[in-house]
Design a protein around this ligand. Structure first.
Ligand code: PLP
Length: 346
């Protein structure tokens, strides 16, 4: 049977042998009692890696982001967030339904907020106004096609945040992709963020889990919110064991995903009917415009699937492909042939 080449997301990655072995052998306890040594070790590792005091294992990135909102803000306040940020765009309205805050959305340049626009969005003191209580940054930015927020941009945003005394939450689901692409350590890249969420279950290949890092007392408050949302997991060391392998063994290889994404993008850009700006491909995400193929996105994806390649819709004429550890150079070649065929040139 032909292998299905799954480029829908880096979340489709399966745990490695080393992860499965670590999970099998993990020492566990009841983490709600704070007694799971493997969870404690992962949390220590994560905090250390990011140069923060504390860390919290959460089942998903979405829960991590929502906990950040719940812990940083009070109901009726306002947060400043990029117009297509995951926390706003893809989290089922949790901002409103769970945290009860309203959003001041700003359109970024390739997902990056202009510090002056942030300044303009921050509420002044006025009896009519809600208080601005959080600035959210996303790195890499998913909807912007895996775009990277560089150190200078982060520092400029932080300067405004500091001026107004407003904390920054960084949605860093793919922060290691950003760090690798920039050649900067994550500690340096996230030093201006008060709190960071990052995923173990995307490019790093763990089956389940994300982490929230921040200062110690803040993490303890987030832990309490996690319990309220039903995220107090018992022998979670089984999951944490894979997370430890993810952090220790799977970060450096992200470079390979970026190399493959570039290869994919270069090939796609040569196919007639496919629109793609090569400069937009900075990490492991490739977004292409398929309008000139004359197909709808759903027809394009259905035809592609018949050729054994999976991708996702990313707008009216946009299709997203993501590279990850479970695809290789041959798969990318196959995927390119499939797109060529679907676009009518195969
Ligand atoms: C995937 C993702 C999340 C959510 O993570 P889940 O584990 O799927 O809930 C949050 N933010 C960004 C930028 C993401 O790409």
């Amino acid at each position: 049977m032909k292998k299905i080449i799954d480029l829908r997301s880096d979340t489709v990655t399966k745990p490695t042998e080393a992860m499965r072995k670590a999970m099998y052998e993990a020492e566990v306890g009841d983490d709600v009692f704070g007694e799971d040594p493997t969870v404690l070790r992962l949390e220590m590792l994560a905090a250390e890696r990011f140069g923060k005091e504390g860390a919290l294992l959460v089942p998903t990135g979405t829960m991590g982001n929502q906990l950040a909102l719940l812990t940083h803000t009070n109901r009726g306040e306002e947060i400043v967030v990029e117009a297509e940020a995951h926390i706003y765009f893809y989290e089922v309205g949790g901002i409103a339904a769970l945290a009860g805050v309203q959003t001041r959305t700003i359109r970024g340049q390739r997902g990056v907020l202009d510090p002056e626009n942030i300044r303009g969005a921050i509420r002044t003191r006025d009896i009519h106004f809600p208080r601005t209580s959080l600035i959210c940054v996303e790195n890499t930015h998913n909807r912007a096609g895996g775009a990277v927020v560089c150190l200078d941009e982060m520092e400029a945003i932080a300067q405004v945040a500091k001026e107004f005394g407003i904390p920054i939450h960084l949605d860093g689901a793919r922060i290691f992709n950003a760090a690798i692409a920039l050649g900067v350590g994550v500690k340096e890249l996230t030093k201006d963020a008060d709190t960071v969420m990052f995923s173990l279950s995307k490019g790093l290949g763990a089956p389940v889990g994300s982490m929230l890092v921040g200062h110690g007392e803040w993490i303890e408050r987030a832990r309490k919110w996690r319990k309220m949302l039903g995220g107090g997991m018992r022998q979670a060391g089984i999951i944490a064991a894979a997370g430890i392998v993810a952090l220790e063994e799977m970060v450096d290889r992200l470079e390979e995903d970026h190399r493959l994404a570039r290869e994919l993008a270069v090939g796609l850009a040569e196919i007639k009917g496919i629109g793609l700006n090569l400069d937009s491909v900075q990490t492991n995400i490739v977004v292409m415009d398929i309008e000139d193929t004359g197909l709808s996105v759903s027809a394009f994806l259905a035809r592609l699937k018949e050729e054994g390649v999976l991708a996702v819709a990313f707008g009216e004429y946009a299709v997203r492909m993501v590279t990850h550890k479970d695809v290789d150079g041959d798969d990318i070649e196959q995927a390119l042939l499939a797109v060529k065929k679907v676009a009518g040139q195969g």
